[in-house]
Design a binder for this molecule. Structure first.
Ligand code: ATP
Ligand code: MG
Length: 324
């Protein structure tokens, strides 16, 4: 697979919010690549810019947010940021499926789930009205909803949280996308249901040979389900690499702190959360954004934001500790 050209290649993607409090760079020169059949986990604390990265790729950031930079190469297109909105609309929900974090944009309470899945097919011309019902049943079966013929007529409130998430996955996959962006797909669910949903995503990824951008604040989710991981802090990717390598030997003090704060990560040891809080994006320190919280900081760290240093095969870390 690794000789494949990436399906998605994002370079220097930047989204800035201009607010009365100042300019907040929510996504700061983010670059990432994703191949078909590969899962990239995007992790970081709340407010680090994970959702904004997803929305920026989809060009769904609302004012006062402004997205620029790029290019965003996707499936043979040179730059999604340059496409007319019309073309972008044809890509969203079709070539790129997504599951949003906000429950607001999830299921519509006044339509049956059958209608909502059918709508996803009809909007992109993937089925005629006559075909939509059979395809909808097929999709509900694929996401393991029992008795799909009866479930078609249910409204969202008649379903459990886990079932609703299955329906959202069915909608996201209705048009057989190449890329699925799943933003905190399991955060609102019970632990046992979380595992089922993650297994389902994995199964669908294999079956459709999808590229999956899995966004979560939960390193446990990434550990079990991603091939590569990108760690975000204050709008920047501060560490990236193969999941196993990053977990076994994290190179950025922030990643080290995140790992140390996973319950059960270090048996017998006190759970240790990273001290301090995520900085105000409109008032970042002049050097590394993590410097004020970093237990390993030294003089260089407060001078300028560190560049990405190569820290191993396919690995990078934005940290002066790795300056050679
Ligand atoms: N409408 C807005 N106006 C100003 N700043 C905003 C706005 N929306 C988002 N931001 C900024 O973007 C940053 C990143 O937000 P984002 O939603 O991407 O975080 P996240 O990593 O997804 O967090 P979470 O884990 O809580 O979902 C926020 O910290 C905030 O500073
Ligand atoms: Mg988010």
């Amino acid at each position: 697979m690794s000789i494949d050209k990436p399906l998605l290649r994002v370079q220097d993607l930047t989204t800035v919010f201009t607010t009365p409090g100042g300019r907040a760079t929510a996504v700061d020169h983010v670059s990432l690549e994703l191949r078909r059949g590969e899962t990239l986990g995007l992790v970081g604390e709340s407010g680090s810019g994970k959702s904004m990265t997803a929305l920026s790729i989809l060009r769904l950031v609302q004012p006062p947010g402004d997205t620029h930079g790029g290019p965003i190469e996707f499936n043979g297109r040179a730059d999604l940021l340059e496409l007319p909105e019309r073309d972008m609309r044809a890509i969203r929900g079709a070539e790129i499926g997504f599951i949003f974090q906000e429950p607001m944009t999830a299921l519509n309470p006044v339509f049956t789930i059958g209608d909502q899945i059918a709508e996803a097919l009809l909007v992109h011309g993937k089925a005629t009205r006559a075909e939509a019902r059979a395809k909808t049943i097929e999709l509900l079966t694929a996401v393991r909803i029992h008795d799909p013929v009866r479930r078609l007529r249910d409204y969202p409130h008649q379903l459990s949280g886990g079932m609703r998430q299955r329906v959202l996955i069915a909608i996201a996959l209705a048009c057989q996308p190449l890329l699925l962006i799943a933003d905190e797909p399991t955060t609102a669910l019970d632990v046992t249901i979380q595992a089922e949903i993650l297994d389902l995503l994995e199964e669908m990824k294999e079956r459709l040979h999808l590229a999956l951008l899995l966004i979560t604040h939960d390193l446990g989710v990434v550990a079990g389900h991603a091939d590569r991981v990108a760690v975000m802090y204050a709008g920047r990717i501060v560490e990236e690499g193969p999941m196993r390598d990053v977990f076994l030997a994290p190179k950025h003090p922030y990643t080290q702190g995140l790992l140390a704060s996973i319950p059960g990560a270090a048996p017998g040891q006190r759970l240790h959360a990273i001290e301090g809080t995520v900085p105000n994006l409109a008032k970042l320190p002049p050097g590394c954004a993590f410097e004020p919280r970093c237990p390993q900081r030294f003089e260089l760290c407060s001078t300028a934001p560190p560049p990405a240093y190569n820290v191993g095969q396919g690995r990078a870390a934005r940290c002066y500790l790795h300056k050679s």
